[in-house]
Unconditional design. Structure first.
Length: 369
């Protein structure tokens, strides 16, 4: 998608000029991928901030000789520098042409103290300026191609869970680890490159641990089983949690599930353009607080998803900023009763001008297996 990558670089240039920067040295590999399409393990990008077509001609991509062929295929529209280390090679390029790169920003949130010393030595003729989070700001709003990748990742996860249940893979006598591995393998069958993160399968009292890691613990009839998982497609991550019960649920399990489902519905309904992210969290949290379980909702309501499983914006009490159309976020309230069990229900959605688009389509009714 060279056209979409060029459009992203053009939008970035607007930010750079607003920050009075002549260029930005991009060293975070995911940001490099976002701006160029390059998927290798070593690369960097020097983006010129000019507002004329010549800015693209002065924008330089760097990788090493291992990716000579791959970079020619994935980054056909930019000058390529084959060198290493890429960050200092591009800093030296900026210094050599200092008149065009007088004030060059760098991703200070990604550069180590020692790395900054090396960059400064290489860019001796230009001023290096801290410029954290500029590309991440752009990444918060997804374009059509990104949403389609997320949609495919969510579909792979939906289908995998349906197959797992339909073929009897979720049953008493199996271990958490066995269920997790089977679910991950089924996502591969439906087009995923891999799991988006380590799958959480938490049964019985373990379901009260928000980020429990699967163990050899055996599932039993009467257990709540919390499954938090996602698929990776074209570099984009899906994220979904469903809580099920093995056998007929107890009254307290139904009550807990209904409470979390109500909070999740309130959070989804609050996903409106220009709403403060902290207000979205508050809408769901109030439902749980009013039921007397506020202290058992132990985390923020959700987070952005995309090239990373957790990225901006953060839907939390302390979250900053407002929602914009095209943001992809999760809504995932949970209530965790220590020693007894917990429920979390999570969807991935895209903020739209009217109502949010739901990408994770597995039912949110309590499933009894």
């Amino acid at each position: 998608m060279p056209e979409s990558h060029a459009a992203r670089r053009a939008t970035l240039r607007d930010l750079l000029r607003a920050k009075e920067l002549d260029a930005l040295l991009v060293t975070d590999l995911l940001n490099v991928r976002y701006l160029t399409g390059f998927t290798g393990s070593n690369g960097a990008l020097l983006v010129h901030a000019g507002d004329s077509p010549g800015a693209e001609q002065r924008t330089v991509f760097c990788t090493d000789g291992r990716y000579l062929t791959q970079s020619a295929e994935q980054v056909p529209d930019l000058e390529r520098l084959i060198d290493r280390p890429c960050d200092t090679a591009l800093a030296a390029r900026a210094s050599k042409h200092a008149a065009s790169y007088r004030r060059t920003g760098f991703e200070s949130h990604r550069v180590t103290v020692d790395g900054l010393d090396t960059l400064t030595d290489s860019a001796e003729s230009v001023q290096l300026a801290r410029a954290p989070g500029l590309v991440e700001r752009l990444r918060m709003v997804k374009d059509d191609g990104e949403v389609e990748a997320l949609r495919m990742a969510c579909a792979a996860a939906d289908r995998a869970l349906a197959d797992l249940i339909g073929h009897g893979g979720l049953r008493a006598g199996r271990t958490e680890r066995e269920v997790a591995r089977e679910l991950e393998n089924r996502m591969l069958d439906y087009g995923a490159a891999g799991p988006a993160f380590e799958t959480i399968v938490a049964a019985g009292a373990h379901s009260a641990v928000p980020h429990h890691r699967p163990t050899g613990a055996v599932l039993h009839t009467g257990d709540l089983v919390k499954i938090d998982f996602g698929a990776l497609v074209d570099g984009y991550h899906s994220d979904m949690t469903r809580t099920l019960v093995l056998g007929e649920p107890a009254e307290w399990q139904r009550e807990l599930y209904d409470l979390v489902a109500s909070a999740q519905a309130a959070g989804r309904a609050a996903l409106r353009v220009d709403t403060a992210v902290s207000e979205v969290d508050a809408a769901a949290r109030k439902v749980i607080d009013d039921a007397g379980h506020g202290e058992e909702f132990l985390h923020g309501l959700g987070h952005g998803v995309g090239l990373e499983i957790h990225e901006a914006p953060a839907l939390a009490k302390t979250g900053e900023g407002r929602l914009a159309a095209g943001m992809a976020v999760t809504v995932e309230p949970g209530v965790y009763v220590s020693g007894r069990g917990g429920v979390r229900i999570e969807d991935t959605l895209v903020v739209r001008d009217n109502a949010p688009e739901l990408l994770t389509l597995t039912t949110k009714e309590l499933v009894v297996v």
